[in-house]
Structure formats: C-alpha cells, structure tokens
Design a protein around this ligand. Sequence first.
Ligand code: 13P
Length: 230
Amino acid sequence: MLVVANWKMNPLSVEEAKQLFSTISQKEEVVICPPCPFLYLGKNFVLGGQNCSNKKEGSLTGEVSAFMLNSIGCKYVIVGHSERRVIMKETDDIINIKALMAIDAKLTPIICVGEINKSNKGEEIERQLKIALNGINKDVVVAYEPIFAIGTGNPCSIDVANERRELIKNILKEKGLEKSLVLYGGSVNSENVSFYTKQAGFDGVLVGKASLDANEFNKIIENALCSRKS
Ligand code: 13P
C-alpha cells in the first residue's frame, strides 16, 4: 500500500511547508512529493520529485535531473502527470524517456495515465501506458488519474476505476511487470479513499489537494492502511 502526496505548486512559503511536514504521519507507506525547494525539509519522509528532465544533465535551464533527485535521497519521481501532458505538452515518448531516466537514476517512476474524456473506454490510457513502459524491465508504480476527476471534487466511479485498474494490471502483466503497484488519483479524500483501496482493489492513492491539509491527509493514510489490514 502506498499513499502519495502530490503538493503540486503549494504551499507558497517555507514556514507552511515545515508546518505540513511536522504534522503529517511519517510512515514507510507514505511518500511526499513537495516542490523541489522544499524537498530538504522532508528528510525523515520517503520523498519523491514531481517531475524530472528527459535528459541526464547539461544546459537545460530550470530543469531537474532524476540523478539530482536520487542524490538528495528521493526514492520516487512522478512522470506523465496530466498537468504536464496538457499544460507543458509532454508527449507519450517524452514521458517514456523520463521513466527510463528515473530508473537509470535508481528512482521508481510513478507513471500517471488518465483519459481526458469521460466517454473514452480505456484506449487512451492503454496507449499512454504501453508507450510509457517501452524498454522498462523493472517494476514501477502506475497512477490512474482521469483528468475529469482531478481537482474537481468529482472522483471517478468505483466501477470505471476498477475496470481501468484491471486494464492497467493486464498491460503490466504482459510486460512482466505484474508486481508494479497501481494507484488511483483524482479528488481522493478521507471519505472515499477506502472505496478505491478496498472495493476497487487499488494498491494505494495519489492525493493532490487533500494532501495539503495535514488532518485530512492523516485520515486518508489511516483509512488506506486500515483497508489493507481488513
Ligand atoms: P486532486 O486530489 O486535487 O484531485 O489531485 C489529484 C492529482 O492530480 C494528484 O496527482
């Protein structure tokens, strides 16, 4: 079970970031992905980057290498988040290179996939995942994050989420990566988390907004870990 916090571009000050780190339950199943300037504050946590470059090093102003993330103690890096696919126009091929770069740097990539359109029957995530996994022969983490559920307060229905989880698991199996964890992300909160971790059988969750409220996030952690035990 993995509970991953994606703080995105929040909070705005070091004081607020310190406050969040000091109040979040620190557990081996909990991964915090803060903005890069705050990574040093979370030394006692399992840490992840929110993005990495598709290049190892060089003249790339503003970019962060997966190797740098590894060297400061990160274990994970998110790649292919829909905000980067849509806003930064990252392609499936770029995401594949980033995932390979992460593995090269001894990080586990958290590969995000998710359809833009609700009426899509899974072909979009199938394409995204198959391309992202090209050349990968090590277990990864895959996060199913449908765009319509991100930041909207309208999480994906359990039935659709379960169908997508099965599709993702099958693709991972075909590639010999069946031990890879599959997470759900999109409007997760303390009330709905166990629908995903228990009913829909996900191996954990990727949490945006609710991870910025330590009380709420601690409840999400508790409920997610609880569903694993029962
Ligand atoms: P929300 O939990 O705010 O919907 O964001 C999900 C997400 O994008 C996590 O990566």
